[in-house]
Design a protein around this ligand. Sequence first.
Ligand SMILES: [Zn+2]
Length: 144
Amino acid sequence: MLKLTRHDYDSLRQHGEETYPHECCGILLGRVDDDGTRVVMSTARCSNTRTDSAHNRYNIDPKELVRIQREGRERGEDIVGFYHSHPDHPAQWSSTDLDEAHWFGCSYLITSVEKGKAGITNSFELTGTDESDKRLQDEPVEVG
Ligand SMILES: [Zn+2]
């Protein structure tokens, strides 16, 4: 399960509206509770480095990722997930999304943006032990 404040939830959905018709992407930082719930304490917007096909692919600059991770740790926060948008596509992961997901135990949040307006937001946890058995599994999102 993933928990977010209304502020962070609205912010990442708005990010998708701002970058429409291109995908947005960003990082969720926070903590993992004893029961495995990921609690988001802040979000970081990333620039989509893919210029060839930014409407259906996203890529976070590794340098940006490392910087955001370091700044998070200074506040006592870890990376607990990632988010991106699907312009005019459902909030379901694609085979590319699964291929490019490598952070086990993290949440992958997808917001569909229909004609510039944020629609459904779904979250998936990357489960499994390695590249051969990994899956993106539906997980509940609690906002508030
Ligand atoms: Zn995607």
